[in-house]
Design a binder for this molecule. Structure first.
Ligand code: KIV
Length: 276
């Protein structure tokens, strides 16, 4: 059985910290699932760390569905949350419902995530009413990067802090089962965590959140374009991979690969008479 939204909410009630990681492919999702991480996000960060876009804005619904299917195939226990990309839920409730349904029905996800607070609460409510669990996302919402004018810390003034608290409350009232808080000062994130009944999942929001989410490429050190301040590198995979690729390249050039161990033999009498 996969992790349910009730189990996630119960973790908050028990004071049990909730770990969430992104994954975008079958093999990585399988590892995350086998470790026991309860929540896997197929984030639209896909666009930056896998597809090489400059932001998450160009990511399409079809790309997200394609990768969500792969993650679902690689997992057994984790709840898979599909991230709804830019402008796939803003235009109308009908559009939001149709696209949220595709993540569940076509891709096999168990929940969707969308960015925004009060401004998307009506869409969240309708999606939840149709039986699709929704994770909210407030603070620095990368799909609005042009509106913010850059990757800036959110909620630092009294007005901005109050707006974020209102956003969190609106998502809770709309029926979201949890809310991601991105790049929010630790004291504000802790206050919001205390003020709402649903779990908060922080990224760059400090230790006071109910859970944490990270982009897997950041914690594995496999994405080298930049390392966000909120990320800790638990490995440096990029240099391990680069060394291995270099060794392969050198061995092929030097005629050292493949060896007998990587090759297949046959009774060479079968070749008699094939050449003149
Ligand atoms: O797209 C993503 O990976 C996200 C996380 C950073 C929360 O939205």
């Amino acid at each position: 059985m996969r992790v349910s939204i009730n189990q996630v909410k119960e973790m908050k009630q028990r004071g049990e910290k909730i770990a969430m990681l992104t994954a975008y492919d079958y093999a990585t999702a399988k590892m995350v699932d086998e470790v026991g991480v309860p929540l896997i996000l197929v984030g639209d960060s896909l666009g930056m760390v896998v597809l090489g876009y400059e932001s998450t804005i160009p990511v399409t619904l079809e790309e997200m569905l394609h990768h969500t299917k792969a993650v679902v195939r690689g997992t057994k226990q984790a709840m898979v949350v599909g991230d709804m990309p830019f402008m796939t839920y803003h235009i109308s409730t009908e559009q939001a419902l149709t696209n949220a349904a595709r993540f569940i029905q076509e891709a096999g996800a168990q929940a969707v995530k969308l960015e925004g607070g009060i401004n998307v609460a009506d869409k969240v409510q309708k999606i939840v009413e149709c039986g699709i669990p929704v994770m909210g996302h407030i603070g620095l919402t990368p799909q609005s990067i042009h509106q913010f004018g850059g990757f800036k810390i959110q909620g630092k003034t009294p007005e901005a802090a109050a707006r974020l608290l209102d956003d969190a409350r609106a998502l809770e009232a709309a029926g979201a089962f949890s809310v991601v808080m991105e790049t929010v000062p630790t004291p504000l994130a802790a206050l919001i965590t205390r003020e709402i009944s649903i779990p908060t999942i922080g990224i760059g929001a400090g230790i006071g959140c109910d859970g944490q989410v990270q982009v897997i490429n950041d914690i594995l050190g496999s994405f080298t374009d930049f390392v966000p301040k909120h990320a800790k590198q638990y490995a440096k995979l990029a240099s391990i991979m680069s060394n291995a690729i270099g060794e392969y390249y050198e061995e092929v050039k030097a005629g050292k690969f493949p060896t007998e161990a990587n090759s297949f033999s046959m009774d060479e009498s079968a070749l008699a008479g094939l050449t003149k």
